[in-house]
Ligand binder design. Structure first.
Ligand code: SAM
Length: 361
């Protein structure tokens, strides 16, 4: 079956490399990477558990031509009526989110309604009863995408987006998304050795993601729930076996710095959730010396956007170049920056509403 892992625009290549690392053959789309799996259940478990840069893992349930509302309805009806297995059992509760592009039908509320009608009528025909709708906490969160008059029905196997790792108990101004922080660390080409340093750590997202990447553990170890766990045929033992293979954090040397006391406390609390200890310094990053034991990873996300005062970019560039020569270096920056040094890689990204770049040196 086909799976689609969605991601922020710009992160497709990094996500594709992760998917290849899991043993699948990635096909890059815009804001997503698709892959085929012979057996969907193990692939769904593995992708949700392991992928660091994905927002969600969607399972393609079927597709049909739908240039008008009848086609849309009957396609869903036939798919459910002919489905083998317990996915559409009436005990499951449903939600449906629709999107439309380059199609005759454009009203996403109406598209969702027609597909829902087709699904529940298909259930009535097959089982004699239908699912109820639960918009907030469904056991079967579905999506329908209408593109060029072709509908695709997808099961969102993640439920909550995968950037909700569960370690962020404290936040600060302008935190990085966890998936983006992981992408930055993966882009840096770091070999996982040496100290991990973020001298403008905010709430500690880059430190947390780098620590998990260095030992190769799942980014989701604190998460209790994925939508696929609500399926009637969910194999608890197989998921337990996957979870029990987790490596431990050992010998990590984490350094966080910030001008804000509040940020340092947030970093300490967030990393504590993961069982990680971090050495914290309340000081100006620019000009500061690296800790002993290097080279390692320098990952930094200087202030950007309207809410935070921008640093003197030329000073940041000189500091990076002089103090951290020989380290794996990655910076997540907003659109405006003039470091005066050439990055080896510049990946355009979005962090919430802000456009920016992952720069590696
Ligand atoms: C964009 S935020 C970092 C967010 C962080 N990556 C996260 O995910 O939470 C930038 C941080 O840099 C800190 N900062 C700004 N200028 C600094 C400086 N010169 N030295 C150290 N920290 C600084 C700010 O207090 C703020 O916490």
């Amino acid at each position: 079956m086909k799976l689609i892992a969605t991601c922020g625009k710009g992160l497709e290549q990094l996500l594709a490399a992760e998917i290849r690392g899991l043993g699948f053959d990635p096909m890059i789309e815009v804001g997503a990477v698709a892959f085929e799996a012979e057996h969907s259940a193990p692939a769904v478990r593995l992708a949700n558990w392991k992928l660091r840069t994905a927002n969600r893992v969607l399972l393609v349930l079927g597709g049909w031509k739908a240039s008008n509302e009848q086609d849309l309805y009957f396609g869903a009806f036939r798919l459910v009526k002919g489905w083998r297995g317990s996915l559409f059992a009436p005990e499951m509760t449903l939600s449906i989110r629709a999107s439309s592009s380059a199609s005759n039908l454009r009203d996403v509320g109406y598209i969702g309604l027609k597909v829902k009608d087709g699904i529940v009528d298909g259930q009535r025909e097959k089982f004699g009863s239908r699912s109820s709708i639960d918009r907030d906490n469904p056991t079967l969160p579905l999506r329908v995408r209408l593109h060029r008059n072709r509908a695709t029905l997808l099961f969102d196997t993640s439920g909550e987006p995968l950037d909700r790792r569960g370690y962020r108990v404290e936040s600060t101004e302008a935190p990085l998304r966890e998936t983006l922080a992981a992408a930055a660390v993966l882009a840096s080409g770091w070999d996982g050795t040496g100290p991990i340093v973020d001298p403008m750590c905010g709430s500690g997202t880059l430190l947390a993601e780098a620590a998990m990447i260095s030992v190769g553990c799942s980014p989701q170890q604190l998460r209790r729930r994925f939508a696929f766990m609500g399926l009637q045929n969910h194999d608890r033992q197989a998921f337990q076996d996957l979870k029990s293979q987790e490596p431990q954090f050992e010998g990590l040397d984490l350094y966080g710095g910030d001008l804000s006391e509040h940020a340092l406390l947030a970093t300490r609390d967030n990393l504590d959730e993961l069982g990680l200890k971090v050495k914290l310094r309340n000081r100006d990053a620019i000009g500061s010396e690296p800790p002993p034991g290097g080279p390692g990873l320098l990952a930094v996300n200087p202030p950007h956007g309207a809410r935070l005062a921008a640093p003197d970019w030329r000073r940041v560039g000189t500091w990076l170049d002089e103090q951290y020569a020989g380290w794996a270096r990655v910076m997540v920056v907003g659109a405006e920056h003039d470091l005066g040094i050439e990055p080896t890689q510049a990946i355009p990204i979005r962090n919430g509403p802000l456009e920016g770049w992952i720069l590696t040196f």
